[in-house]
Design a protein around this ligand. Structure first.
Ligand code: PMP
Length: 427
């Protein structure tokens, strides 16, 4: 294949500049095995970002590869206008992991498309148009999800907002009211009442939120946050959806779905990324009555539900179950979080460590009092980690939160390596 320099030149000439790369000196990856990646020179990296939180159980996982290779050899493609076994088997498996009543799935290729289906379903079902999303949230790059997404840096001037209203995300570290939990009485969660009262006719289609915000920097709201929001939304006729694109499939350790950490039951769940361990696969699962709005309608997704992605999805969910992946996310994740909290005590740049399981965020600040975002520092930390063989992600309102979301097969030794690497770099 082409050399690294040739790849850079070809990309520059032929690939849209909208496709961004991390690092001043972009990293070229040529091989992956479980939690590790290799560049073209044979240097190994611990993948602390799992692609972009996509590779849930490990790169080129042997069990998944075996099943998908068998399917590829037998039938690579047919669309959903014909029957094939894989879609039925995967949908059944997915339903078995869902909260009771959420049994029907619509398959797509991405999280953006899954959220498009979610919003369309809610609007059709309720007959209402206004949708409520959380500030700081990210829901995708197609038109409606870009409207749901709530940060100027991720929006385009020309993209219409399409009747999406935004409410507070429960970002305690940067509380807009300067209050403290729990004496704040969850003022941020109750704000959804004002949003509905002042910006909608009082009846809404739905609320959609990431239980723990991913791109937004692992914002982890307080325990009762979603109970309050869901209740108010339902009082106004809206459905409540959880975007589990990043937080699902056991990543938060304690529960299979990140919303379960908040004791709420959504009316629908959108998924992508980790559900397919790194291939294009997304979906929206909801109840029978809500799913009926799509009945006899021509709403078609050519590649949604194809045999390859269904087989890979099923194999991924089976590996999560059979290889105790969620338990590993809990154990290694708790160990990693404790060690990061210890690191915070000696590294003044660390403002906050947050998240659950293997969905962790480390927010960097120049000054713990003013909480001035250390964004250039975060970029420098990422570069230096890369030089030492560790890949981590970055996100947050100011691009100052390191995102640690590795494949869920990592070991305690890998976690220790991450912490030692960060310690060295921060020194
Ligand atoms: N929802 C969330 C929570 C996401 O993190 C993302 C992707 N970062 C999306 C939706 C959109 O998914 P995709 O890029 O597959 O369209």
């Amino acid at each position: 294949g082409p050399t690294r320099d040739e790849v850079i030149a070809l990309r520059h000439q032929y690939v849209s500049p909208g496709v961004l790369t991390y690092y001043q000196d972009p990293l070229m990856i040529v091989e992956g095995n479980m939690q590790y990646l290799w560049d073209e020179k044979g240097k190994r990296y611990l993948d602390g970002f799992a692609g972009i939180v996509t590779v849930s159980v490990g790169h080129c996982h042997p069990t998944i590869i075996e099943k998908v290779q068998a399917q590829t050899g037998r039938l690579q493609h047919t669309t959903t206008i014909y029957l094939h076994p894989a879609i039925a088997q995967f949908a059944e498996k997915l339903a078995s992991k869902m909260p009771e009543g959420l049994t029907r799935s619509y398959f797509t290729n991405s999280g953006s498309e899954a959220n498009e289906v979610a919003i369309l379903s809610a609007r059709e079902y309720t007959g209402n148009e206004p949708v409520i999303a959380l500030r700081n949230g990210y829901h995708g790059g197609t038109s409606i999800p870009m409207g749901l997404t709530a940060h100027g840096n991720w929006k385009f001037k020309s993209n219409p907002q399409l009747n999406v209203l935004h409410t507070n995300p429960g970002y305690c570290y940067r509380c807009p009211y300067d209050l403290e939990y729990p004496s704040c009485d969850l003022k941020c969660a109750y704000d959804v009442k004002n949003v509905i009262q002042y910006q909608s006719p009082g009846e809404i289609a739905c609320f959609i939120g990431e239980p723990i915000q991913g791109v937004g920097g692992t914002v982890t709201p307080p325990k009762d946050f979603f109970k309050v929001v869901y209740e108010i939304v339902r009082q106004h006729g809206g459905l409540c959806f959880a975007d589990e694109v990043q937080g699902g499939f056991g990543r938060t350790g304690h529960h299979y779905w990140s919303h379960q950490n908040y004791d709420v039951v959504p009316d629908g769940i959108s998924m992508a990324k980790g559900i397919g361990n790194g291939i294009p696969l997304g979906g929206f699962t909801t109840s029978e009555p809500i799913s009926e709005v799509m009945k006899n309608r021509i709403h078609f997704n050519t590649f949604g539900g194809n045999p390859i992605s269904m087989t890979q999805g099923l194999a991924t969910l089976e590996v999560i179950d059979e290889q105790n992946i969620q338990q590993n996310a809990l154990e290694v994740g708790s160990h990693l979080k404790n060690r990061l909290l210890e690191l915070q005590e000696k590294q003044p740049l660390i403002g906050e460590v947050r998240g659950l399981g293997l969905m962790l965020g480390v927010e960097l600040v120049r000054d713990r009092k003013t909480k001035e975002p250390a964004n250039t520092e975060a970029a420098a930390v990422m570069e230096e980690c890369k030089n030492r063989g560790l890949i981590v992600g970055k996100g947050g309102l100011f691009g100052n939160t390191l995102r640690i979301k590795p494949p869920m097969c990592i070991t305690k030794e890998d976690a220790d390596f991450m912490v030692e690497c960060l310690d060295e770099v921060l020194n």
